[in-house]
Design a binder for this molecule. Structure first.
Ligand code: F6P
Length: 324
């Protein structure tokens, strides 16, 4: 394989730049020409494709966001959009693509490869949500949980000063991975995630017991996709059962997506970037590179998308034990 391209797609995640850098440099070292596609699938359709040299990716390993930009493209979902994308890739002679993104990115890649079999796409998990099967961690997750943890630590200071009950909503779309880890790390009294059924009565009972036994301030971390609703909805319901509580709500939002990637995200991104180039060179396609334990391995896109990796039940027990 002589010409490959790289793009980032879906929600940006800290560490994507480190990954672009790794793909570009590993590709060049393998004697390949490496191109960058701007703004994901949208950029393929708009022929926004530029050559990348080693120096183009200098000094980006530590930066959040993505130098290639990201987008969600509705046009790529159409046959006409994908045909245009194919023609543009062919006009540049691109044979292989490294797609850095989440499940939407890999779903698009699968459809495209079924229609155009002479373009090989391999994927790298890049999303703060950590919701892909086949990798212990996705690029951006570690940074996001550390950012959320720092923010919650700060809120705890003020919660304590005023004896308040805070509901803090974190991102994660339909998954509770961000909530679970940063909730444990901040000693939250409760963590509400979509993977388990939320009982408001049980929550209130726990908060009241805690008020009696330990402290007047409490933190409840809510995953944005929780079955009982967002932090505002839950706070409203709790208020009806705890009218005396001084309740506040904070939604951390997009600040969780930005910032300099942690060491762990930079190293993960670098390893997966190199592995993706090697996979293309070996003629692989339709697979995502992931890291389990210390090893890098390959998972078919279908498996990465459809098989939810599930939250770790041992992590869930930690909060029950330590906040009681
Ligand atoms: O998938 C990453 C993510 O940040 C989710 O956690 C969140 O639900 C979503 O993207 C937000 O998307 P947008 O940036 O389009 O509002």
């Amino acid at each position: 394989m002589k010409k490959i391209a790289v793009f980032t797609s879906g929600g940006d995640a800290p560490g994507m730049n480190a990954c672009i850098r790794a793909v570009v440099r590993a590709g060049i070292q393998q004697g390949m020409e490496v191109w960058g596609i701007r703004r994901g699938y949208k950029g393929i359709i708009n022929n926004d494709i530029v050559p990348l040299r080693s120096r183009d990716v200098s000094n980006i390993i530590h930066k959040g966001g993505t130098i290639l930009g990201s987008a969600r493209s509705s046009r790529f979902r159409t046959t006409e959009g994908r045909m245009l994308a194919y023609q543009n890739l062919k006009s540049h002679g691109i044979e292989g693509i490294v797609a850095i993104g989440g499940d939407g990115t890999f779903t698009g890649a699968n459809v495209f490869m079924q229609e155009y079999q002479d373009i090989s796409i391999v994927g790298i998990p890049g999303t703060i949500d950590n919701d892909l099967y086949g990798t212990d961690f996705t690029i951006g997750y570690d940074t996001a949980i550390n950012t959320a943890m720092e923010a919650i630590d700060k809120i705890k200071d003020t919660a304590d000063a005023h004896d308040r009950l805070f509901f803090i909503e974190v991102m994660g779309r339909d998954a509770g991975f961000i909530a679970l880890r940063c909730g444990i790390a901040t000693g939250a009294e409760a963590i509400l995630i979509p993977e388990t059924i939320t009982s408001i009565d049980h929550l209130v009972e726990g908060l009241k017991t805690r008020q009696k036994n330990k402290s007047n301030s409490s933190i409840v971390v809510v995953a944005e996709g929780d079955d009982a609703g967002g932090a505002f909805d839950i706070a409203k319901t709790v208020k009806t059962q705890m009218p005396e509580a001084d309740i506040r709500v904070t939604v951390l939002g997009h600040l969780q997506r930005g910032g300099n990637p942690t060491c762990m995200d930079r190293v993960l991104a670098s390893r997966l970037g190199i592995a993706a180039v090697e996979a293309l060179k070996e003629g692989k396609k339709g697979i995502m590179l992931g890291q389990n334990g210390r090893l890098i391995h390959q998972v078919p896109f279908e498996k990465a998308i459809k098989h939810n990796q599930g939250v770790n039940p041992h992590l869930q027990q930690i909060t029950d034990i330590l906040s009681s």
